[in-house]
Design a protein around this ligand. Structure first.
Ligand SMILES: [Zn+2]
Length: 318
């Protein structure tokens, strides 16, 4: 089971690569990128341990559903023996302190202290949203439980304040999580779902899952011209290969036939699959309209519009 990076993480990755570090948005985007990368690594760790769940367990990753009011996103949702389990994964370095009195999470690292919102506030709310979602679709009520799983085995975990809601036992290490889950039995008096309910649930969730598909460029107000474009050399990674008659040439001496493919992919990821000849020349540093047309025709699925403002549709499988 190999986890895919989300579209948002891929967009952030390309943005960081191409944005001038002196740009005002750079540090914000970098933070966002690091946070999501940590999330990705943490969830991949949990993926590994979830393989130890019993075979009849069903697990969904990165699930984003709409409760009728707003979307909610769960790192994991598990369906095991008539119980739903929401899992929030946290991947932190250093020491974390769950402060139950003030509902906050404190992270201490390299002599610095950062405050984050208490993850239990979020998963608790997800429980309410998921119940609402289930009842609107006519599913019989079944128990929903939640856990915060710490994926980095080196994280030092502490709690502080009065644990009036018994949250401490809902904080788990990734490695122990599948074993503890299996030891939690479904209360006998709760009406379990039939096999039909279970199958319907799995089908509807898969149908309604709507991953975030927003634009990082829009979110941070970045324009095409804010990014450093150019065809990247596959050998030395320097951007700005020069187009010769039938190949790309880098000052390091490397030649390439298809180095523009990555550029087109990056463009499509950040700005969508449509591109014009003029924009392509601008980002690939090509003077010749003819060469640009030739490359676009080779790498695009189709084009539309008249000759002057023809738009090409970048083929994402190039
Ligand atoms: Zn080079």
């Amino acid at each position: 089971m190999h986890r895919m990076k989300t579209d948002e993480l891929l967009q952030l990755e390309v943005c960081i690569e191409r944005l001038d570090p002196a740009s005002p948005s750079y540090s914000l985007i970098k933070q966002d990128f690091l946070r999501r990368t940590a999330g990705y690594v943490g969830e991949s760790t949990v993926d590994r341990y979830l393989q130890y769940l019993p075979p009849h367990a069903h697990s969904f990753q990165d699930l984003r559903l709409f409760d009728g009011i707003q979307h909610f996103q769960m790192d994991f949702l598990l369906l095991i023996d008539g119980t739903l389990t929401i899992v929030e994964v946290k991947n932190y370095k250093g020491k974390i302190i769950f402060d139950f009195n003030h509902q906050q999470l404190i992270r201490e690292l390299d002599g610095r202290e950062d405050i984050f919102p208490d993850p239990f506030i979020q998963v608790e709310h997800h429980t309410v949203q998921l119940s609402r979602w289930l009842s609107e679709r006519g599913f019989p009520l079944i128990p929903i439980q939640f856990f915060v799983v710490i994926s980095n085995p080196q994280t030092l975990i502490e709690t502080r304040g009065h644990d009036s809601l018994s949250y401490k036992k809902r904080i788990m290490r990734a490695r122990r999580f599948p074993h503890l889950l299996q030891s939690l039995k479904n209360p006998n008096d709760s009406p379990a779902w039939t096999d039909d309910d279970r199958d319907t649930f799995i089908r509807i969730v898969a149908n309604e899952n709507s991953p975030y598909n927003g634009s990082v460029m829009k979110k941070y107000g970045i324009m095409l011209n804010d990014l450093q474009w150019g065809v990247e050399c596959p050998a030395c990674s320097k951007s700005g290969m020069k187009r010769r008659r039938d190949h790309w040439h880098c000052e390091c001496g490397r030649k390439s036939d298809d180095a523009h493919k990555k550029l087109l992919m990056d463009y499509a990821l950040l700005l969508g699959p449509e591109i014009t000849n003029a924009t392509f020349r601008q980002i690939a540093f090509i003077d010749s309209e003819y060469i640009a047309r030739k490359l676009l025709t080779e790498n695009c699925r189709f084009n539309f519009g008249n000759t002057k403002n023809r738009r090409y549709y970048i083929n994402m499988d190039i």
